[in-house]
Design a protein around this ligand. Sequence first.
Ligand SMILES: [Zn+2]
Length: 538
Amino acid sequence: MTRRNGDRLMRMMLMMGLVVPVGMAAQAPAPPVPADSARVTALKAEVQAEVEKMKDFTQQMVDQIFSFGELGFQEVETHQYLVRILRQNGFAVEEGVAGIPTAFMASWGSGKPVIALGSDIDGIPQPSQKPGVAYRSPIIEGAPGHGEGHNSGQAVNITAALALKRIMERDKIPGTIRIWPGTAEELVGTKAYFIRAGLFKDVDVALFTHVGRNLSVSWGAAGGTGLVSVEYTFEGETAHSAGAPWRGRSALDAVELMNVGWNYRREHLRLEHRSHYVIRNGGDQPNVVPRNASVWYYFREITYPEIKELWQIGDTIAQGAAMMTGTKLLPTRVLGAAWPRHFSRPVAEATFANIQKVGLPEWSEDDQTLARAVQKELGVRETGLSTRLGPLGPPVTDNRGGGSDDIGDISWNVPTVTLSFPSNIPGLPGHNWADSIAMATPIAHKGATAGAKAQAMTLVDLMLKPELVASAWSYFNDVQTKEQKYEPLIRAQDTPAIELNRDIMARYRDQMRKFYFDPTKYKTCLEQLGIVYPTIKK
Ligand SMILES: [Zn+2]
């Protein structure tokens, strides 16, 4: 048990009157988490009702952020919008935290426990799509958008927080609610910097939420990977490509040879690994030997040491490519990083109990028709939307790799869970126009409201049952981090890559602005866009 967390556990137990402050061993096991008292049961029913009353507010947030469709590090409108809502509702907001202009930390309340609610906010390149239309139909061809669904999570958290805040004010319940954005999650670009900046130092539990296909939560090692995102830049020498090519040294050759080398090596890497790259700079024009070129890699593995190993192989191949081409490998840049995720068992169990009380939304025939039509369009099983809750997700023991989220870095510093809520359609490819279709429709709205109910109920648990916080830290110290300690993948010299996506957003923002949701004129995004819900192929 670390000293800091031992202190924290002791503080919680002191609060509960379970220990006396002199000479007690901090290693005492956490007391069991009690069942819901009559008061807790009543407050949970009350926050659920509050969230239900706020469903139009939730819908507006989902639609508004969908319409902004901003890419990582360029979430300027999204940032301003969220900060405004939080300040209007009494939160103190610090903007530009960790040196990231579109990151903030909002805080309301006082004292312990401190519960931090987070969710990602960025979109991805290319998936611009009319919501509620079951085939590819971009709002703006080629434009960024929410083809992952990150427009919905802040609505879940803010609605839940405001529902609870009213009750905490009325009943004078101590505790602090923090709200923060997963800025540039697609670039796994910020959460390791939040940790480095100490933003979670006094946080007791982090409740994260992410769009999904069901209302669910898991504990222990999650599936998927962690990763390091590295840019390799080579420097050569220009020459006339026809007149004196022998006098030039091509940085692009180095990029191509690095990629060839990596792709041969790929056969001899673990099956769990994932790696992919894009060439960010391939030179200027063919008749000038490229002096500069760069390639951007994601190295993914399922454990921290294996990520480091993969990264080392990448560095070696890059050096080889420089040697082969007589170019120079410039100092590499880490553009992002994510630890593999591990979630808190006690907090997941509490969340799961709440999920079972909330249940899944009641989907309309229109919702199911849209979902099945999208699945048909993509040639996957036409199962429609989820109608049955799954079990509490156990630790993944047969991890075959997959995606990442830099919530991993937070989960190794503070007890954390990710609540998944049913705002999207099952069976879609991810990072695709099809994943945008549901994200400003009643499917997303109902899914976010269901998520907010579960989140608000777990907040009630954490605010009113100090045993749950103590138990979360006991799991964190005695189980999760017993053998594996957090070491950041970002290096001392790395800084947030806040310039990423600036050029893409600059290209599209003016066109996108015309479609920003205007809740003063329209009830929903669908209404503003004049879309009949659902629109399916005849
Ligand atoms: Zn995501």
